[in-house]
Design a protein around this ligand. Structure first.
Ligand code: HEC
Ligand code: HEC
Length: 299
């Protein structure tokens, strides 16, 4: 046997061994037991390797042994010339076919049938949203709080702490509506974080000195007992009960849905620091769920 064929056979064995070494595990199958797919793939690999090696051998032989014959073209470059051969029919058909396929692909196949990752993502997202809406069309308060808890632990706990107390005062303590220091801060500085929901913002200087202290204590204390006279200046926007009014002032007595959603969509800067906006990252149900959860951990 010619040495080149022996070399080829050795190469085939080496490549097969390599394939087995890399992918032989596939024969063991998986929990679904569908080994036959892997077997088919491996048989395909064997066929590809064998055919490749023999085709290579054929051409190496041809290059070694064939003598070129035919009519030389007139041009030559540094003595290197070219034979005048007709274009092989198969090659010509392939060439023209490729051009035709290009037109077909650009004008029809790609625009009409193309697979697109973005398209698939959109479809799957719509699909998921539909399922989500169907499942959560009418949740009970407990279900909402449970869902809110899961979202909270992932998105909010890193700052507000797993128990909602805020980590060493670095974020708002969510078990209470608001503390005295925070109320005083807005009274003295005003605030305008929620422009889209409360266009007027909170003006600074609605109360001063001891009056401000008294109001802050009353608000932070959860509106218990009799309102200090100075609270009248606040009631116009936040209501006598502190529960707020749409477009005028937020609820400062408890975490209602509107307040929590406003904070989530706008973020918030206050005496403690900055709370990032979660705009577009949580849907309405998730936002209400978070509000329900925050109310459920209230003291
Ligand atoms: C003109 C209407 C108006 C008046 C009067 C007003 N507020 Fe406000 N208040 C607002 C608005 C609007 C906000 C939301 C601020 C923002 O966009 O960040 C707010 C926010 C607050 C907050 C912060 C809520 C939070 O979660 O951070 C507190 C506390 C507060 N007000 C207390 C008071 C007190 C106490 C008074 C009276 C001394 C008062 N407000 C008077 C409109 C008002
Ligand atoms: C990067 C840290 C951080 C993350 C994450 C974070 N927060 Fe906050 N949050 C803060 C800080 C800081 C404040 C206090 C802002 C201030 O000084 O009033 C705050 C305040 C709040 C307030 C109170 C607003 C008020 O004063 O009445 C609510 C409600 C709130 N966060 C809810 C959430 C929810 C729900 C999540 C999760 C979706 C969340 N936060 C994620 C840092 C964070």
């Amino acid at each position: 046997m010619k040495s080149i064929v022996i070399g080829g056979i050795i190469l085939i064995i080496a490549l097969l061994a390599g394939t087995w070494f890399a992918a032989g595990d596939a024969f063991k199958g998986n929990e679904f037991g569908d080994i036959y797919i892997n077997v088919l793939t491996l048989i395909g690999a064997v066929a590809v390797i064998t055919i490749t090696v023999f085709v290579v051998i054929k051409y190496v032989n041809q290059m070694k042994n064939d003598n070129a014959k035919g009519e030389l073209a007139d041009e030559n470059w540094d003595g290197i010339g070219e034979y005048k051969n007709p274009v092989p029919t198969g090659w010509a058909i392939m060439f023209i076919g490729t051009i035709l396929f290009m037109f077909y692909y650009f004008t029809i196949a790609y625009p009409i049938n193309s697979f697109s990752q973005i398209g698939q993502w959109n479809e799957e997202t719509l699909d998921y949203n539909e399922k989500f809406e169907a499942k959560w069309s009418n949740p009970t308060t407990e279900e909402l709080a449970e869902m809110g808890k899961n979202t909270y632990l992932v998105q909010c706990a890193p700052c507000h702490g797993v128990d909602g107390y805020g980590i060493e005062g670095k974020a708002h303590n969510l078990t209470k509506r608001i503390n005295k220091e925070q109320v005083l801060y807005v009274i003295n500085n005003g605030a305008n974080n929620f422009k889209s929901d409360y266009p007027g913002g909170m003006p600074a200087g609605m109360a001063f000195g001891e009056g401000a202290e008294r109001v802050a204590e009353y608000v932070a204390g959860g509106f218990k007992g009799e309102a200090p006279a100075e609270y009248a200046a606040c009631a116009g926007c936040h209501g006598m009960d502190g529960k707020g009014m749409p477009y005028v002032g937020p609820n400062i007595a408890e975490y209602d849905d509107a307040l929590v959603m406003t904070v989530l969509n706008n973020g918030k800067k206050g005496v403690i620091g900055g709370m990032p906006a979660f705009t577009g990252r949580l849907n309405e149900t998730q936002q209400k769920a978070l509000a329900a959860y925050i109310r459920s951990i209230g003291e």
